[in-house]
Design a protein around this ligand. Structure first.
Ligand code: UDP
Length: 485
């Protein structure tokens, strides 16, 4: 193992609190956890020494974030361990970087990490272990070391509560099957939420890795010291309150761990900065930004329809296409010439936080991955929802039905989390949704106003004395106290 970064004694006083962070192998987990590590170190530079415990290729993805924090004088470092051998090419260590058909290997690597984590943590003996959801064994290792285990949950409390409550009726959902009417989510405070079985995460409808490990993961979360969630209270009340009551011994709502800003351009990879210059040539709030996160997969047919829909919408657009999607022949004949100047395609990785912070961006077509949801809300950008997999259809309901800062792209046919079950969204529907949402005086106005309010709330939450600021400090205080006792 190779340690980078400073730390150690605090000028003759008490030793800093050595906090180790262990993220799952996906950018949507790795990025916010690195941000959390930096935020904790920045909140109490005298108290916290943060270490990201990662595999080498994943270390490279967060290197810029860590280096920047260290340059500001915060004690944040990296400790590397080898990625388990699961038959993937060297340098491929997370979902999205791995091809879709290799996703199972990434989950296999999770299982193989257990003994590696045990050896590493027992050797380095940190004061606190902040471990991602799938690493249930972290609670046992922490107990052996006599230190707190914190679970970092990279999705919000609304989807977490919904999934927990749906697990209690899982056998009924399975009995009803895929064609049953919408399931009403039990035990949710506030508004009734219902979801058709086809839009529920796989593990609720059939057996997969997660249905097998769910109970163990939940038990380890509840037995641990507490749970940290990347959200802010004003986005998810009354769910935060309910979550604190049922889902954690202590809950801390500390987000957004990274506020949208024009300087955050190398978060999670080298972002394409040309697109920021391009955005600056467009009128205020005129551009539609389209991005589906770090690993979701689209068929070439769907990518084609999206291309035609964006063309027909007549609005400027900035569209991020992942390499895997762009490898096929997706662009319709002459499309690139026809949209030249009005549309820009980024292949690979966009600096999403900087894009969302850009004043030219007026709407975000998103797959509703939790980070994207939170980033849009924090940037005050209203969204058009296009959920694809896992809990994204649940997140969509928070956006469209509860908080009301967005609308669905499409409702005209079968939507499903399961590959091959969902219908291709047609170009005309996409064009209609985008044009309707962007029109001033139209349907998007309410969502725009609500998004602006949310940005204010997010800024206030992370500002001095705000709810997330207070929760970060409460977390550090509680951990310091736990060490002393
Ligand atoms: N992201 C980015 N550039 C991209 C695609 C994604 O910076 O081109 C970031 C995005 O800002 C977010 C994360 O990657 O922080 C994706 O997380 P999310 O939960 O939205 O989706 P996931 O990738 O987990 O499906």
């Amino acid at each position: 193992a190779d340690a980078v970064g400073g730390g150690g004694d605090r000028g003759g006083g008490m030793r800093r609190l050595r906090v180790f962070f262990l993220p799952f192998f996906a950018k949507g987990h790795l990025i916010p956890m690195a941000d959390l590590a930096c935020r904790m170190a920045a909140a109490r530079p005298e108290t916290v020494e943060a270490t990201m415990v990662v595999t080498p290729a994943n270390a490279a993805l967060i290197a810029t974030t860590i280096t920047r924090a260290a340059a500001r004088g915060h004690t944040v470092g990296v400790l590397c361990y080898p990625f388990p051998d699961v038959g993937m090419e060297s340098g491929v260590e997370c979902l999205g970087v791995a091809a879709a058909h290799d996703a199972w290997r990434v989950y296999r690597a999770v299982d193989l990490s257990q003994p590696i984590h045990e050896a590493l943590l027992l050797e380095h003996r940190p004061d606190v272990i902040v471990a991602d959801v799938p690493f249930w064994w972290a609670t046992d290792i922490a107990a052996e070391l006599g230190v707190p285990r914190i679970t970092f949950n990279p999705v919000g409390v609304f989807p977490q509560l919904a999934m927990n409550n749906l697990v209690t009726v899982r056998s009924e959902i399975i009995r009803g099957g895929n064609a049953a009417p919408a399931v009403s989510v039990p035990g949710m405070p506030g508004k009734e939420i219902s979801i058709p079985p086809s839009e529920l995460p796989n593990f609720l409808l059939r057996d997969d890795e997660l249905s097998v490990s769910w109970d163990r993961i939940k038990a380890s979360q509840l037995a641990g010291f507490g749970v940290v969630v990347n959200t802010f209270a004003d986005l998810e009340q009354p769910y935060c309150h309910e979550f604190s009551r049922v889902d954690a011994r202590r809950a801390y709502f500390v987000g957004p761990v990274s506020m949208p800003s024009n300087t955050t351009v190398h978060r999670g990879g080298d972002g394409n900065v040309d697109c920021l210059r391009w955005l600056s040539t467009k009128p205020s709030r005129s551009v539609v930004y389209i991005c589906f996160g770090s690993w979701a997969y689209f068929s070439s047919r769907q990518v084609r329809e999206l291309a035609l829909g964006l063309e027909a919408s007549n609005h400027p657009f900035l569209w991020v296409i992942r390499n895997e999607d762009s490898s096929g022949r997706w662009a319709p004949e002459g499309w690139e010439q026809r949209v030249a100047g009005r549309g820009m395609v980024v292949r690979g990785w966009a600096p999403q936080l900087a894009v969302l912070a850009h004043p030219s961006v007026g709407a975000f077509v998103t797959h509703c991955g939790w980070n994207s949801v939170l980033e849009a809300a924090s940037a005050g950008v209203p969204v058009l929802t296009w959920p694809l997999v896992f809990e994204q259809f649940i997140n969509e309901r928070l956006i469209t039905e509860v908080v009301a800062f967005g609308a669905r792209v499409w409702d005209g046919g079968r939507r499903s989390v399961r590959e091959g079950e969902s219908e291709t969204v047609p170009a005309e529907a996409i064009a209609r949704a985008v044009a309707g949402f962007m029109e001033r005086g139209g349907d998007g106005d309410k969502a725009r106003a609500r998004a602006s309010e949310l940005a204010e709330h997010a800024r206030a939450a992370v500002g001095e004395g705000g709810s997330s600021w207070s929760d970060i400090h409460r977390l550090i205080d509680d951990l310091t106290e736990a060490r002393a006792s």
